[in-house]
Design a protein. Structure first.
Length: 261
């Protein structure tokens, strides 16, 4: 941040103008007065550095710099939303792609309102957090769609049939070692079925959470456009973003530990 601020002061138009004028005057002096070459150009550079230092110590410069950084941050978040959305479309079906399109349209309205309307610290924070919410939504939606497709390819009937076959084998087998092996297979299959049930319930909850996040973005869009901001909005956004991040972490972990049959 400090290096960026330094470069901002160095390349500030006023300071660059001072540098050009100082060097120009130094050049003219060297043409008209002999022996000033060693002093004129360094003096011009010193004048330029003095203005750079003055910029760095200026309250207004700091305010302008911080404002530009906030705008840059909003633009970066907006770009992240668009990049993630483009990636998400590769995994969504028609229905979820439509939902994603709606959220992105709301996001565009929010960003447009931010740059068009009056700004305040609270509005900037709410817009920033709303964009973070959109990013969390897209990440969660992407992993949700990927995991849903993976689970849809798991045929539970095959596991159930295997359970029935092994249960019948168990009733006829008298060999202790064979019986123990069959019980282990049955136990594994039961765990797989139980995990599938849990994961499907989790996906249902995540689907509901996605709907809630869509509604939240839409609601906050209308409030931001109408300049109705409050501290409660920030708290709500932070809570939803944290919950979405936690759910996304669970989905990613599930995807790493896929069920093998």
């Amino acid at each position: 941040m400090k290096i960026r601020m330094l470069f901002s002061a160095i390349f500030k138009l006023r300071n660059l103008g001072i540098l050009l004028i100082s060097l120009g005057m130094a050049y003219i002096l060297t043409l008209t007065v002999s022996g000033l070459t060693l002093f004129a150009f360094p003096a011009g550079a010193v004048i330029y550095l003095a203005f750079v230092i003055q910029s760095l110590s200026s309250v207004k410069f700091h305010e302008d710099f911080n404002q530009k950084q906030k705008i840059r941050h909003i633009q970066d978040l907006n770009y992240s939303c668009m990049r993630l959305s483009s990636e998400a479309r590769k995994h969504t079906n028609t229905a979820y792609n439509q939902k994603l399109r709606g959220v992105m349209e709301d996001k565009s309205d929010i960003v447009e309102s931010f740059f068009r309307g009056e700004r305040s610290f609270l509005k900037e924070k709410i817009v920033e957090q709303t964009l973070n919410l959109v990013i969390s939504y897209i990440k969660l939606l992407t992993n949700f769609c990927i995991r849903s497709k993976e689970l849809s390819g798991v045929d539970v009937s095959d596991i159930a049939n295997r359970l029935n076959v092994n249960a019948r084998k168990l009733s006829f087998t008298r060999d202790i070692n064979v019986t123990e092996d069959i019980r282990k297979v049955i136990n594994m299959d039961e765990k797989i079925i139980e995990r599938l049930k849990e994961e499907k319930k989790d996906l249902e909850r995540i689907n509901t959470k996605l709907d809630y996040m869509e509604s939240t973005v839409s609601m906050f869009k209308h409030q931001i456009i109408s300049s109705i901001e409050s501290e409660e909005m920030l708290e709500t956004l932070e809570t939803v973003v944290n919950e979405a991040s936690a759910l996304d972490s669970v989905l990613q972990e599930r995807r790493k530990n896929k069920i093998n049959m």
